[in-house]
Design a protein around this ligand. Structure first.
Ligand code: THU
Length: 127
């Protein structure tokens, strides 16, 4: 799976978001060290803190299938108003740190930018 395809999957799965409260649709697609692909979208809740982020859904799916490490995750978190690709939130970054994520693709409508994980969460908490 090449990064381009991972970015496309992230854009595609964002369409499945359940986001009736924010109307903000996020999609994530990750490839594990073993080469398998998992996707996720944000799933909101009337009790707002029960909302889960797209990245977290993808991580939960991967790890619960027995995956150990994440190689690359593409996140399509696009602010439609400014047409800006946003970065994963802090909690999702911490969740990604746990599974040794190497690379993050920040995906816009027509492009993506590749970051080393350490660039977006330096000095992460891990023991
Ligand atoms: N959201 C994500 O899915 N991932 C992020 O990294 C940031 C925020 C979702 C949660 C909520 O459903 C909506 O975006 C607005 O915060």
């Amino acid at each position: 799976m090449i990064n381009n395809e991972l970015a496309d999957l992230a854009r595609e799965v964002a369409k499945k978001a359940y986001a009736p409260y924010s109307n903000f649709r996020v999609g994530a697609a990750l490839v594990t060290d073993s080469g398998n692909i998992y996707t996720g979208c944000n799933i909101e809740n009337a009790s707002y803190p029960a909302t889960v982020c797209a990245e977290d859904v993808a991580v939960v799916k991967a790890i619960s299938e027995g995956e150990k490490k994440i190689d690359t995750i593409a996140v399509a978190c696009i602010d439609a108003k400014s047409d800006t690709a946003l970065f994963p939130c802090g909690i999702s970054r911490q969740r990604l740190a746990e599974f040794d994520t190497k690379t993050v693709l920040v995906v816009s409508e027509s492009d993506f930018v590749e970051y080393k994980f350490e660039e977006i969460l330096p000095f992460n908490f891990k023991f």
